[in-house]
Design a protein around this ligand. Structure first.
Ligand code: ADP
Ligand code: MG
Length: 267
């Protein structure tokens, strides 16, 4: 096995469900992430801001190993993921079982919903817990109905994604992620593909999750959401953390000129 699999360290898991240290990632010659660190404590809502191309999606994808970082360390629920290189200096793929465990801990919601089009909303929510977690069907269905109810789709469970609005599809995608009972929810611009009139219903669901104390990492251009809902804001610029801190502080002081510029074009 290429990746060292260690037993979770319980004390650390209790401290922070997700730790990323000094994550680097290049595509060819282009270094997209130049050493990004983030500790997500329980109940933290971290907003990741930054212009298009600053590396937000790549960072999020590195967290759940949709991209393998070139270097750095991840600790998910106390489970370390060491990035290893072979003798040519290339990153070694992470063990599949470990990847599966990590992804089950981190629920991901994408800009484009990514629902299975040949399955109903309810089936979309059940497939992960059935196939990956191998939980009993009755329990899985009960939980799926519970979360679909919670995101306001109780009367859409037997519909196919194509028959739902974008806002409903995204709420279904959120319910699907919740059904895996993840430690941390990752959102990559969840409202960017929506018609403006549908943005609010999705933000409302996310706001409720934050109020319930869910640990969330949200890449977003919704500045009001970042400002009002997040507990920590990270502003990325060209693959580096240019500025970070609690939203009250960041939005008031706007220490860096770049962040000021970013806000002036995004508010
Ligand atoms: P953001 O989400 O902040 O808009 P991304 O993380 O998607 O930024 O992309 C950061 C940079 O990395 C961009 O210049 C993008 O073109 C590049 N990039 C992202 N994914 C790939 C890839 N798979 N191959 C090559 N370049 C990529
Ligand atoms: Mg992106």
């Amino acid at each position: 096995m290429n990746t060292q699999v260690l037993q979770p360290r319980v004390s650390q898991a209790a401290e922070a469900p997700l730790i990323a240290r000094d994550i680097h990632k290049s595509f060819g010659e282009f270094e997209v992430l130049k050493g990004i660190s983030l500790t997500s404590h329980q109940h933290d809502v971290t907003a990741i801001l930054g212009s298009s191309g600053s590396g937000k999606s790549t960072f999020l994808r590195c967290l759940n190993l949709l991209e393998v970082p070139d270097s750095g360390e991840l600790v998910v629920h106390g489970q370390p993921v060491h990035i290893r290189r072979n003798r040519h200096g290339e990153p070694v793929p992470v063990d599949e079982k470990l990847v599966e465990r990590i992804r089950a801990r981190l629920g991901m919601v994408f800009q484009q919903f990514n629902l299975w089009s040949h399955m109903t909303v309810l089936e979309n929510c059940m497939i992960g817990p059935l196939k990956v977690l191998k939980q009993p069907r009755a329990e899985v269905e009960e939980r799926a109905r519970y979360y679909l109810n919670k995101v306001g789709l109780d009367n859409r469970m037997d519909h196919y994604p194509a028959h739902l609005s974008g806002g409903q599809q995204q709420r279904a995608a959120i319910a699907r992620a919740l059904c895996m009972e993840p430690e941390v929810m990752l959102f990559d611009e969840p409202t960017s593909a929506l018609d403006p009139e549908l943005v609010g219903e999705v933000l409302l669901v996310m706001r409720k999750l934050a109020e319930e104390g869910r640990t969330m990492i949200v890449v977003t251009h919704e500045m009001a959401f970042a400002r009002e809902v997040s507990s920590h804001v990270m502003f990325l610029h060209q693959g580096r953390v240019e500025e970070e801190g609690p939203p009250q502080q960041l939005f008031q002081q706007q220490a860096s000129e770049r962040f000021r510029q970013f806000l002036s074009t995004n508010f």
